[in-house]
Design a protein around this ligand. Structure first.
Ligand SMILES: Cc1cc2nc3c(=O)[nH]c(=O)nc-3n(C[C@H](O)[C@H](O)[C@H](O)COP(=O)(O)OP(=O)(O)OC[C@H]3O[C@@H](n4cnc5c(N)ncnc54)[C@H](O)[C@@H]3O)c2cc1C
Ligand code: SF4
Ligand code: SF4
Ligand code: SF4
Length: 386
């Protein structure tokens, strides 16, 4: 047993990135899930040698310095309609990969209904990283595996949420053969909550679910919704969901049951810790009427010379337009401040813990919030009239 155990962040500030566990030389850290599926580190004091490597790596204790060499933004859509269709927004991630020409790409793919970080070495495996998986991913020792590739001199692209990218930068440092790509991120619920939803959905349909994906671009009445999902069943049938028909989408976009630390995220700011940030192009139709979030449009933010050098290669793949960085910040809330987690999250947990169905619990909470928002709006309007 040792004295001076590490002082890791509390529940309100631990992002669950698992970097502390990965770097511990004594395997003294295990990640333990709470009852709603959020993982937190636990230190075995009998194994810990108080080296504090975990503290030094933790992105919520040690925020890498922001990259400020460049401050430029572009918006656009991939020239290949198939790439846009299989991407969340406008296919920026795929274009950045193509422009950097890496030997190894780190991203997040589905493994059943788990979102896992992995390394891909060929186009087909890189493709599996496309599309946002709106749950917290299991990083699966990605930091050590990716650091080995960087040390071996391979050209590596590391993508992930800002807390994951920051953790990796704390481990690998800034290297010529490493490109860091973060997402604008407002956080997410746990994998366990998505699984609960899918179990209920499978039960209602009487079918086995094969796969689930977010931001399905199937048009409904000629319109594509960015708040959508698709389920594929083992029998070959499939279904498209819009937010009004799906409880998980309602939970996700209401910021209900997110990880607590996402509400205190230190990375929700305009200054970034990556070479390049990719995100949605919210409200872009106000500047460029031919572009829209619904049809698919991405924003790309450049923070370093290394990132900016890729502009020509990205332009080969995408139709790009110039846009002011501050305009983007003003129109994408998560670039300025952390998510406001739904205030009734505890009430939601109490309902599902008491055996209420996921669908009913989401319905009760989000319906009530809709009613209270409407009441607030009426109050404000009446006040304004007097
Ligand atoms: C949890 C989460 C929250 C987000 N919140 C916002 C937001 O508030 N505002 C905004 O503008 N954009 C947000 N995004 C980013 C947005 O969804 C798109 O990923 C972005 O517009 C880029 O789209 P794309 O078309 O370039 O490529 P995509 O096809 O979306 O590229 C996918 C990229 O996302 C990575 N990825 C997918 N799922 C995860 C995950 N669970 N964890 C880490 N990395 C993942 C892949 O590895 C790959 O790098 C969020 C993404 C995630 C995963
Ligand atoms: S202080 Fe060192 S040995 Fe102890 S848990 Fe952290 S990394 Fe592991
Ligand atoms: S934020 Fe990541 S590195 Fe820090 S304590 Fe939590 S899991 Fe560990
Ligand atoms: S909101 Fe912040 S803490 Fe939460 S997953 Fe995203 S980057 Fe990490």
């Amino acid at each position: 047993m040792s004295s001076g155990l590490p002082n890791l962040p509390d529940r309100q500030h631990c992002s669950g990135c698992r970097a502390c566990r990965d770097v511990c030389p004594k395997s003294a850290i295990v990640m333990k899930a709470d009852r709603h599926g959020f993982f937190y580190p636990e230190v075995d004091e009998n194994l810990c040698i108080a080296c504090k490597k975990c503290e030094k790596t933790c992105p919520m204790l040690n925020q890498p310095a922001a990259c400020r060499q460049v401050r430029e933004a572009r918006v656009g859509v991939h020239k290949d309609a198939d790439v846009t269709a299989r991407s969340s927004s406008g296919g920026a991630f795929s274009a950045v990969v193509r422009a950097w020409q890496p030997d190894a790409v780190c991203g997040v793919r589905w493994d059943g209904f788990r979102a896992v970080n992995d390394i891909a070495y060929c186009e087909e495996d890189i493709r599996a990283f496309s599309k946002s998986k709106y749950i917290l991913s299991d990083t699966e020792q990605i930091y050590q595996r990716a650091a080995e590739e960087v040390r071996a001199g391979k050209r590596v692209l590391f993508s992930g949420t800002p807390c994951q990218v920051a953790a990796f930068r704390n481990i690998a440092g800034e290297q010529d053969n490493l490109l860091l790509v973060d997402l604008v991120c407002h956080g997410a619920p746990s994998q366990k909550l998505l699984e609960m939803h899918l179990r209920e959905l499978a039960g209602r349909k009487g079918k086995t679910i094969k796969s689930w994906s977010f931001r399905d671009k199937t048009p409904v009445n000629g319109k594509v919704s960015s708040r959508s999902a698709r389920v594929d069943f083992e029998d070959g049938s499939w279904q498209h969901f819009e937010i009004k028909d799906d409880a998980y989408l309602q939970l996700y976009y209401a910021r209900l049951a997110y990880r607590e630390a996402c509400g205190n995220c230190i990375y929700a700011r305009p200054e970034r810790i990556s070479d390049i940030t990719v995100c949605d192009a919210h409200h872009i139709g106000e500047l460029y009427p031919d572009l829209s979030m619904e049809k698919g449009a991405s924003t790309i933010l450049f923070h370093t010379e290394k990132g900016k050098e890729l502009l020509a290669g990205i332009r080969d793949c995408m139709e790009l337009k110039e846009v002011d960085y501050d305009w983007i910040v003003d129109h994408n809330q998560q670039l300025a401040m952390p998510t406001k987690i739904h205030p009734r999250t505890e009430e939601f947990y109490r309902m599902i813990d008491a055996g209420e169905s996921f669908e009913k619990a989401v319905g009760v909470i989000t319906h009530r919030s809709l009613l209270s928002r409407a009441a607030g709006k009426i109050k404000r309007t009446l006040k304004g009239k007097h």
